[in-house]
Design a protein. Structure first.
Length: 115
């Protein structure tokens, strides 16, 4: 898990040069470390197959460089109810697990905005 986060953080720094000026304040909101870690585990088990273990994308979009202008509530809604090709996870994940995934993704995005 730590290795995945380090890879995501490194990738974030590289990709930050491509954009991020319009990041929503939720991107850099303080996150609970335990929630971020738990979210990484939930992400790995449920999301990485489409979004990549390093969040760089696959059949789903790159989560490091996209969705930066959206509030957390948009992420929660997309995970809960599905969006476009993404299935709904409301019957698979609890509200707490969904919040943890959001914390994990936002933490990775924020790492790319810090300099």
């Amino acid at each position: 898990m730590k290795r995945t986060f380090l890879v995501v953080a490194a990738l974030s720094l590289v990709l930050y040069a491509c954009g991020g000026d319009d990041a929503h304040p939720d991107v850099t909101a303080a996150r609970d470390a335990a929630s971020v870690a738990a979210g990484g585990d939930v992400f790995a088990a449920n999301c990485a197959v489409c979004h990549g273990a390093d969040l760089s994308g696959g059949s789903g979009p790159n989560l490091i460089t996209s969705e930066l202008s959206h509030p957390d509530s948009d992420f929660v809604d997309a995970i809960t109810n599905g969006k476009d090709e993404m299935p709904a996870f409301d019957l698979t994940l609890s509200a707490e697990e969904i919040a943890q995934v959001v914390d994990f993704v936002r933490s990775a995005q924020a790492a790319g905005l810090e300099e």
